[in-house]
Design a protein around this ligand. Sequence first.
Ligand SMILES: [Zn+2]
Ligand SMILES: [Zn+2]
Length: 393
Amino acid sequence: MNSFLNQAQSNREQLIAWRRDFHQHPELAFAEHRSAKIIAETLEEMGLSVQTAIAETGVVGTLKGGRLGPTLLIRFDMDALPIVEETGAAYASRQEGVMHACGHDGHMAIGLGVAQILNSKSQELPGTIVFIFQPAEEGQGGAERMIAEGILDDLGASRSLGLHIWNEKPLHWLGIAPGPVMAGSERFDIMIHGRGGHGASPHLARDPILAASQLVTACQSITSRSLDPLESGVVSFTVVQAGETWNVIPSSVRLEGTIRTFSEASRLIIIERMKEISIGICSAAGCQVELEFERITPQLVNDADTTALAAEVAQQLFPEFEIDHEHRVMGSEDMAFFMQEVPGCYLFIGSSNSARNLDAPHHNPLFDFDEKVLPIAAGLVAAVAWRLQEKES
Ligand SMILES: [Zn+2]
Ligand SMILES: [Zn+2]
């Protein structure tokens, strides 16, 4: 197992060079052309068979091992965010208004690093490893589109792995937990139609603002009164739009927001209660209401066996690390679409270092991580992949 880590450590300079190059040239969702080209060329040079232009910029590299065995899918995301970088780093973004502020530059470098390590042992490798470099993770549907374009169809993958470097936690911390580890995410849109009128004559109007205010407040009772107290859920209203001026009651209000849950049952309870509350309150206020729910991603659920194996490998590789076996976050991640089809494990790898001021949160203009995480992640993912292939072959 340690040979994977040693190899990752000796590739450290290369990992950092890849990461800094991707960081300087960030690209937004479905426009990751330069990144995709570098990834495809690098994988081809290694001798992998490579498919490109899947979901615009997605790249799939296939590494066939010299021994018989199952097929493992490992997924890395590639997109940056529309953020003006403020880190002042020597390797800061050269693309005005675009920044790798989530760490996907690191993920691409780690992906190439894992491919390099496993490729160097390809003769003894059981089965096939499929490296998926996915565009547009940040809410734009890259995973769904790659699946819709058929990448899983004839793959026969039996397991999957994914990861996120995690700046909320320091280096030498790992989050490897079974079950739901990232929330399912839903967008909702609520239109309340009342009757507009003079601000001085509310009795002649049907005030949608009063209905909206009561609705927003009442929906906060869902997670506290309708969900099992041992379950988690979020109902956040993030948009309230109504009115133009001080003396006019508007005729409508638009509300928007998000629901996060870790189980399908909780999701359905929240949606049902939101409908009942909205219809009840609006009807009492003499208003009409329309509700729309749009599922963004399902819950990301780690398979128990794959996760136990990943945790065991991590423990052997990094006996001095803190491993959190219950780590979960309310954020969402479209790796969930792959993992609905192919059971697997999604790992969180601590990457911050406050002594070096590398601890800004994800999606922040000051986001940067300690590059020591690159060999840690590449060594870990390569070792877990190998162990999975050996176990199932
Ligand atoms: Zn992100
Ligand atoms: Zn991310």
